[in-house]
Design a binder for this molecule. Structure first.
Ligand code: IDC
Length: 483
């Protein structure tokens, strides 16, 4: 963590609520002293468009060191709302807004800064709040951006273009409701510590179908499909990342920002497939994940999938790969959920004659991780479902990819088997992303061929059999507990 240069003592006294304490007394106070001096400066900047805005809030602690903090302020206008925050637990009652620190940014030394932010909406005007409190003390430091750069990586890039449709009614997006996720036992839990299931779609390879991920299609995914999740499939081979690392990193970053703007979780899929040994791409994975995790560290909606489908290698190789890549992400983004692919095309080993016990007996040495399971409903049936049911009692699972068709990604949708699969995943609260939200002429694609050349992505007329089935499943109301 970079600490900003120490501020002048004069400013400390001027800004902090130190009362009659002398500088000497202030310096001598232990951080936990009940009389600990408090004081703060807040820089609040916004980037707004018609009806919406992104706010960046840099908090500088000008008092004694704290281990956790709560920022408070009031919106000047009654129509202003926080719709989705990051790097803090955000709450709003009437005009009053609070932001409570997370475990990783709660500790603020004297003079240290941290940056938090949120997306908001407004009905009338969008004036900035003029008064802030930190742990109940009014911040008397400057509210103009005189503070040093934040000590955490920058938050969501403010939108450069306004969303073309308004967010779902009530401003309650999946990310807005659930916030930062974490693994709890074998489940994925939301910010209230309650298990949830995320349902969404995977892109096709962004090197081929980049034109399918545009404002209109992503709006449809968020508001017409009501998807919780968008998986960004970045192939590494097959004309993917290895041909242009900077370019693909940039494309992934942009798509994460687009998902964020719409209140969806973004899953970054390092889409290894052939060769099946993830070690072949180890250095690329480290470079890529260092970049994307630094870029999105301050967001609360990014899930990292570090290898799509290992195949032809044993579990110990995958585990070794994971234990080298996970720390790279954790160094930048300590609280993000990370998903590890499993043996035999993420079948928990089943497609190569093994099963989940090899993982349960020798799990990846890291916390807050899940394991991927993939299936193609026309190829994988009862024995795979039975294995998922067994594994789900011991391992946190996420179906980061599945098809309604056979394992080639083509053929007819098997809606009976697909329905059995999704009923099982619903019951076990296992999240999923369907392959693919694209218009490729193959059975697994949700959009009819040619759809991505047009501008309409809503309704069923643009959908294939698989797409219509998936849209119905995904758009049924979510069950996201909020207490
Ligand atoms: C398939 C695509 C197909 C593409 C092929 C090769 O549907 O258009 O030509 O990849 O890249 C997976 C993989 C996924 C496959 C999919 C269907 O993760 O990349 O997509 N599948 O074969 N695992 C099992 C099936």
């Amino acid at each position: 963590m970079k600490h900003p240069p120490r501020r002048s003592r004069r400013l400390l006294v001027a800004a902090g609520a130190v009362g009659a304490l002398t500088l000497g007394a202030l310096a001598a106070l232990p951080a936990t002293n009940a009389m600990a001096a408090t004081g703060c400066a807040v820089a609040y900047t916004t980037n707004s468009w018609s009806g919406g805005f992104t706010a960046s809030v840099t908090i500088t602690n000008l008092g004694d060191a704290v281990n956790n903090w709560t920022l408070g302020f009031a919106f000047p206008d009654g129509g202003q709302r926080v719709t989705q925050g990051w790097s803090a637990t955000w709450g709003q009652s009437g005009r009053s807004v609070t932001a409570q620190s997370m475990s990783w940014n709660g500790a603020l030394a004297t003079g240290a800064s941290t940056n938090v932010g949120f997306n908001g909406s407004f009905t009338g005007s969008n004036p900035s709040p003029t008064s802030f409190t930190l742990n109940g003390t009014v911040c008397t430091g400057s509210t103009t951006p005189t503070t040093p750069p934040p000590s955490t990586p920058p938050p969501t890039t403010p939108p450069t273009t306004p969303p073309t449709t308004t967010p779902p009614p009530g401003g309650q997006t999946p990310v807005g409701i659930n916030g930062q996720l974490r693994v709890c036992g074998v489940n994925l839990c939301n910010q209230y510590g309650r298990p949830i299931q995320l349902r969404g779609m995977s892109s096709h390879g962004i090197q081929w179908f980049g034109n399918c991920y545009n404002p209109a299609s992503l709006d449809a995914l968020a508001t017409d499909w009501r998807a919780d999740l968008f998986r960004i499939a970045m192939y590494v081979q097959e004309q993917g990342y290895e041909t242009d690392p900077a370019g693909f990193t940039n494309r992934v970053n942009n798509l994460v920002d687009e998902a964020t703007r719409r209140g969806m979780y973004a899953m970054i899929d390092f889409h290894t497939l052939t060769p099946g040994d993830p070690m072949y791409n180890l250095e690329r994975a480290k470079t890529f994940f260092a970049a994307v995790s630094a870029r999105h560290a301050a967001k609360n909606n990014v899930i990292y999938e570090i290898t799509n489908e290992p195949n032809g290698v044993g579990w110990s190789t995958i585990k070794n790969y994971a234990e080298q890549v996970i720390p790279v992400i954790r160094a930048n983004d300590p609280d993000a959920v990370i998903i590890v692919g499993t043996r035999a095309w993420s079948s928990l080993g089943v497609s190569e004659g093994s099963n989940h016990t090899e993982i349960a007996n020798n799990p990846v040495n890291a916390s807050n991780i899940m394991y991927a399971f993939h299936f193609y409903a026309a190829s994988h049936r009862d024995n795979y479902r039975a294995e998922v049911e067994r594994a789900a009692t011991r391992l946190p699972l996420f179906v980061t990819e599945f098809g309604t068709v056979d394992y080639t990604g083509d053929g007819a949708a098997d809606l009976t088997s697909s329905g059995q699969w999704l009923d099982l995943l619903d019951r076990l609260k296992i999240g999923y992303a369907n392959w693919t939200f694209s218009d490729k002429a193959e059975g697994s694609a949700a959009l009819r061929p040619g759809t991505c050349n047009g501008s309409n992505y809503t309704g069923t007329s643009v959908l294939t059999t698989s797409g219509a089935f998936m849209r119905e499943r995904i758009r049924t109301p979510d069950n996201f507990p909020t207490s």
